[in-house]
Design a protein around this ligand. Sequence first.
Ligand code: FAD
Length: 341
Amino acid sequence: MAAPKVAVVGAGVIGLSTALCITETCPSCSVTVLSDQFSPNTTSDIAAGMLIPHTYPGTPIHMQKQWFKETFTYLFAISNSAEAAEAGIHLVSGWQVFKNAPKEELPFWSDVVLGFRPMSEAELQKFPQYRFGQAFTTLKCDCPPYLLWLEKRLKATGVQMYTRKVADLWELHSEYNVVVNCAGIGAHQLVGDEKLFPIRGQVLKVHAPWVKNFIRDGDGLTYIYPGIHRVTLGGTREKESWSLSPDPGTTKDIFDRCCSLEPSLQRAQDIKVKVGLRPSRQSVRLQREVLSQGGVKLPVVHNYGHGAGGFSVHRGTAKEAAHLVGECIAALQGSSSRAKL
Ligand code: FAD
């Protein structure tokens, strides 16, 4: 079989990282990324990019932990390299605070982040409305720079990237041997997945360079995440809302909530409002499928539905998707050599 041709649909953090993992695990593959949007116009560009996992109720915890650990290890190495600034990856320390005792004293990811510990009484004095807290150091991706860095690495390995809206995965069967579906919320229409739904998120990106620590209310709704250039203030979680228009009332509410956690934000400047749709599911869809029409087969690997935690697990799920692509290619090679006998 000649160099297997693999198409990756989608150019958010999942599509780009999956394409990169495929080039690493299958150097003989010819990989193409097809997407109707690239950075800066994807959901991944809106995200805060904090490595604090979201929990997928339908995925075993040991698997989620493995994905998170692989992602953390990968990005930690980048943060310790000369690439860190260009890739937009940096360590950030801070606090997750709770009004009531947290459900889990030790979240499953507590031994993956660095220095996880209960907050001291002195630290808690900064948050008079809160009674409990956890302090730790994690990683943050500044999302548009990280996506551009991934694109640059892909181009350097010869990956082609084309702007193209795919209406049906089957339309790719005559051009590619394997198709990888990383369409995020677009998979709702692309493969008719009714289990996939949007959770709308509105955030503010502000200039407040004096804010160096992250602060997150344990309910996950209010957060302050400092990046290299801007601070992300959040947020909202609106299930089944497809609206991409910013809501001015929500903007004020987010700003007020964040100022009550960090009063110095009153002086924040250059406030930009962004909205994104988290591609949500009970579990990430990470599996092989074979499409078939009139005796012709097209192996597909799905990797979508990362909800509120795509950045936190992207490298782990990309590696698994690349492994599944390898299995598809092995199956194709097996059937083409059987056909020659
Ligand atoms: P996307 O980035 O949406 O990419 C999908 C790609 O597929 C796009 O390029 C799109 O153009 C393309 N596409 C779709 N349909 C088609 C089609 N038919 N044909 C061709 N191309 C198609 N996660 C974290 O881990 N940490 C955070 O701090 C964090 N903060 C967030 C804050 C907000 C406000 C939001 C909205 C999300 C946040 N997330 C966070 C979640 C994270 O953004 C997502 O999990 C992640 O971006 C999903 O990536 P994706 O590549 O699957 O989707």
